[in-house]
Ligand binder design. Structure first.
Ligand code: F6R
Length: 607
């Protein structure tokens, strides 16, 4: 989950390194550091905390040089301390390494090196790597072969970049199960743990594959297989990545900005895809596999977190509109399940970042199986986008706040489009198309409720717990609403299907345990009302999200939020935005760091 950068060229390395780390801060923001080589001497700047602190630190003790590496950390091994901050070096400070991933056999390696007289200063798994390189370098005097030998010993997952005082002409990179992109500029080369930091400098990018080492310099790159040491030819590809509008404008933080971008997100996900007048859905990304899709009789959706909840909405949509049996699985479970799959099953991965380790591993498991791999991905050029046979981009633009909001809305919109595309004789096709077209305006109406929602959220923010309930399409939104409030406000929250209340959760309810009930108009009205009566009878406070202020459910609630009416399959596009505003303002009331909540990172690139 850490971010990695590297630079070799004619300019000050620190400029790219610091900017690149800022771009990558969504991957982790516990601590950050850079190491820069100048005339055989490597200088470092490191700090606990954000990249902005690192900038200050570097400004006070500047590092100069045109070759360097950098890292922003999400702690796995060892606390958030300066001694655990990357880049890590060997005992004689000749080799510096930045690492993303986990070295599973680091204890074994540490024991071996300790016996050879090596000492360690950090609690990290990474520190064994520069020492192992040093160990091999003593024998060969060659940085590449020392790096190769070291990397061959490692088990686990890694993206590594090595800087050595013995070689000012090259940087060395290696990859196994953790992405690494090389951006080729004119007389300079940029490294990133994804293409985002590179994107602002060059569009010519090459991605390393598992089991490869790259030697990079001002003239370009050479890729070799870690085991066979044979050279691998790979041309650059042109990547068009919007590195994101870093400007907050009038918004206080990215989460608020991104919630307010949801109407535009829906428009952008539909743009050129939904020809409302002709009742046609055109999804270019699926055209290649259109014939194969005819034979698909089951879809398994795999994803994590918010994308998983979007997948749950997708399940209802695909079943109702396209009539295809669907199952949603968490990627972390799917990857280890012994599930027999037939060739008529397609697996559809959903991911904002396209770099989530569990989702990548889940797709890897399917390699060589002949199973059709589809994707709904937001980040163009990401690992998952490249691993799938076909897919549909979300076009939501970069999402910077750790808590996902606009990506969920985009994913659900894309699910609606895919469901319509795969629909055979769905009788309400035009009704859905018509309703979808006005969703952006309706989300704008929800956003206008922000002040009212904020007032309610502030009242409830000081509770320790929250229950979120909903039925059918509102059930995944209840789960997502609960996830959002817990991740940004740290209020304990659980999402349940309304029908499950009597099977356990009802025991929690008393005057101090409020419920956020999603009770929008549909043929489940009476059932939702019964759930609320049960809560009401136990003195539970209720905030109800309704689309009719006179509905019975509204009458039982302490507080109501009234959003516009739409057809049930599209309700998650409106109700999710209301839950986002609620969570946002509860977190704001509690003074939380909204864009960078504690213990989390935007992109979960380790298991
Ligand atoms: C929650 C959140 C996470 C992600 C999850 C999957 O707000 O952001 O739960 O949804 O880590 O990430 P992606 O979609 O990038 O695969």
């Amino acid at each position: 989950m850490c971010g990695i950068v590297g630079y070799i060229g004619k300019n000050e390395a620190k400029d790219y390194l610091l900017d690149g780390l800022e771009t990558l801060e969504y991957r982790g923001y516990d601590s950050a550091g850079i190491a820069v080589l100048n005339k055989e001497k490597i200088s470092t700047a490191k700090t606990v905390g954000r990249v902005e602190h690192l900038r200050k630190e570097e400004a006070e003790r500047p590092v100069h040089g045109s070759v360097g590496i950098g890292h922003t950390r999400w702690a796995t091994h060892g606390g958030v301390l300066e001694r655990n901050t990357h880049p890590h070096h060997d005992k004689s400070k000749e080799f510096y390494v930045v690492h993303n991933g986990i070295i599973e056999n680091y204890e074994e390696i540490k024991e071996f090196l300790s016996k050879q007289g090596y000492e360690f200063y950090s609690d990290t798994d990474t520190e064994v790597v520069p020492n192992l390189v040093h160990f091999h370098y003593q024998k060969t005097g060659n940085v590449l072969s020392a790096f190769q030998a070291a990397v061959q010993t490692l088990r686990g997952a890694y993206a590594l970049v090595l800087l050595s005082s013995h070689d000012s002409e090259n940087l060395y990179a290696a990859k196994l199960s953790s992405p690494l992109a090389l951006g080729v500029g004119k007389d300079e080369l940029f490294i990133g743990s994804d293409a985002l930091p590179v994107a602002g400098h060059t569009q010519d990018v090459v991605f390393l594959e598992d089991g490869e080492i790259a030697v990079v310099n001002t003239e370009g790159y050479r890729i070799v297989d870690i085991t066979t040491k044979k050279s691998i030819e790979r041309a650059t590809e042109v990547i068009e990545i919007d590195s994101g509008d870093g400007d907050l404008g009038d918004f206080p933080d990215f989460m608020s900005k991104e919630i307010h971008e949801t109407p535009a997100t829906v428009r952008s996900a539909m743009l050129g895809r939904l020809r409302a007048d002709e009742q046609i859905v055109k999804l270019g990304g699926l055209e290649l596999v259109e014939d194969q899709l005819q034979f698909i009789d089951r879809i398994i959706i795999i994803a994590c977190g918010t994308s998983y909840y979007a997948g749950m909405v997708g399940e209802y949509l695909l079943e109702e509109i396209a009539g295809i049996p669907v199952e949603v699985q968490q990627a972390s479970e799917f990857r280890y399940r012994q599930e027999p799959l037939s060739r008529s099953t397609a697996v559809l991965v959903v991911s904002q970042s396209g770099e989530t380790a569990d989702s990548i591993a889940a797709l890897k498991k399917l390699e060589g199986s002949g199973i059709l791999k589809l994707g709904i991905v937001n980040a163009p050029g990401s690992t998952l986008a490249r691993m799938t046979d076909a897919g549909v981009y979300c076009h939501a633009g970069p999402e910077k706040a750790v808590a996902s909001t606009k990506a969920f809305v985009a994913q659900v919109t894309v699910f609606v489009l895919i469901a319509l595309k795969l629909a055979k004789n769905y009788p309400k096709f035009s009704e859905v198309v018509k309703a979808l077209n006005v969703i952006p305006q309706q989300i704008e109406e929800v956003l206008k409720l922000e002040k009212d929602i904020a007032k309610i959220a502030k009242e409830y923010a000081h509770h320790n717990d929250f229950l979120y309930i909903g039925r059918r399409y509102a059930y995944p939104v209840a789960m997502e609403g609960a996830l959002k409030i817990k991740e940004i406000s740290y209020i304990h929250a659980e999402g349940f299907a309304g029908g499950e209340m009597k099977h356990g959760p009802l025991a929690l309810i008393d005057e101090s345990f409020p419920t956020f009930a999603i009770a929008l108009s549909n043929d489940m009205d009476e059932k939702s009302f019964s759930n609320m009566q049960e809560i009401h009878a136990r003195n539970g406070k209720i905030v109800t999200l309704v689309d009719d202020k006179n509905s019975p459910s509204a009458k039982l609630a302490q507080d109501i939020i009234v959003i516009p009416k739409t057809i049930e399959p599209l309700q998650p596009l409106l109700s999710s935005v209301a839950t986002y505003l609620f969570a946002y303002h509860a977190a704001k009331e509690l003074g939380r760091d909204i864009d960078k909540p504690r213990n989390l990172a935007k992109s979960v690139t380790v298991e």
